[in-house]
Design a protein around this ligand. Structure first.
Ligand code: HEC
Length: 181
């Protein structure tokens, strides 16, 4: 290597190290100073929101690719209704049912599932319900529920977009598998 090229290479290495050092100092400063507002009453900055949402969508679709979805039967839909109503509806609502008042104070606010679920595949809903989503308030049901139970809920959730209020209301909240904890 010529002395000049060596100088350039050394300069580049020092530049990169300085950049990493400054980035570290900024991260540590943000963490310790309390300057970042974590409240749920103020939304994320647009670029933070874009990063989080895009990361979330791609992370879930990527991981759900290895999930083998069973064919979702009518009996699974029925079996999934009660657990959906007792474990998901206070955050996500249902046909003719609003989310609980407290859930509207969450950030991100849990979406009304009948409106958004057509954007998701069954394997993705299953993956999401099983593993949850860190730092969002979406719980993981995998540690407490079997895959079969989560597939039942998934089968029910996939029916939500076309479901009438009457059909939704006709599913019993008391009977079948899930007992309130
Ligand atoms: C404590 C509230 C809460 C409960 C209970 C809950 N979720 Fe969620 N859920 C969330 C939040 C918050 C998000 C993230 C919304 C976001 O980031 O846009 C979410 C996201 C989702 C999404 C992705 C929707 C989208 O387009 O953003 C699905 C599907 C979902 N939940 C299904 C379920 C199912 C099924 C259950 C019940 C087994 C459930 N959730 C229970 C809060 C909850």
């Amino acid at each position: 290597m010529q002395p000049k090229t060596r100088h350039l290479a050394l300069g580049a290495v020092i530049g990169v190290l300085a950049f990493i050092l400054i980035a570290l100092v900024v991260v540590i400063w943000v963490a310790y100073s309390g300057a970042y507002n974590v409240s749920a009453t103020q939304g994320h900055l647009p670029f933070v929101r874009w990063t989080l949402e895009t990361t979330m969508k791609n992370s879930i679709s990527d991981r759900a690719e290895s999930v083998q979805a069973p064919s979702l039967s009518e009996s699974m839909v029925t079996a999934g209704a009660t657990p959906y109503k007792s474990m998901c509806a206070h955050c996500h609502g249902g046909p003719g049912e609003e989310q609980s008042e407290w859930a509207s104070g969450m950030l991100p606010e849990p979406p009304h599932l009948p409106d958004v679920i057509s954007e998701w595949k069954p394997s993705e809903v299953f993956w999401l319900a099983k593993h949850g989503m860190r730092m969002s308030g979406m719980p993981a049901f995998g540690p407490t529920h079997s895959d079969d139970e989560i597939w039942n809920i998934t089968a029910f959730v996939m029916q939500l977009p076309g479901m009438t209020e009457e059909t939704y209301a006709s599913f019993d909240t008391e009977s079948s598998g899930e007992h309130g904890h």
